[in-house]
Design a protein. Sequence first.
Length: 124
Amino acid sequence: MAKDPLEALRKLCLALPETTERISHGEPAWFVRGKKTFVMYANHHHDDRLAFWCAAPDGAQEARVGASPERFFVPPYVGHRGWLGVFLDVPVDWDEVSDLVTDAYRVVAPKRLLAELDAREASR
């Protein structure tokens, strides 16, 4: 992975079917079909930390924040919807981040795109 966390995150997000990027609330964000946000970059957005926020499956936020609060947090604005905050200013496991990004995509993507993603993953 690239040393720049934004570039590394961008590469993971844009590798997913029909994903686009645009600035939202002053930060890069990634959308499924240009509509549904699944990942938002947070470059010292509301504090002095570098992170990203992502959609998460039910229970994932509580489990990850509870187990590793030095790496995960409840983000402002979207935390009440179960989104997960992931610090990028600590040692980062990019394989884990890849899984988190894919999980976030799966939370918001429509069934046809999930089937496309499943087919893509099965062919690897």
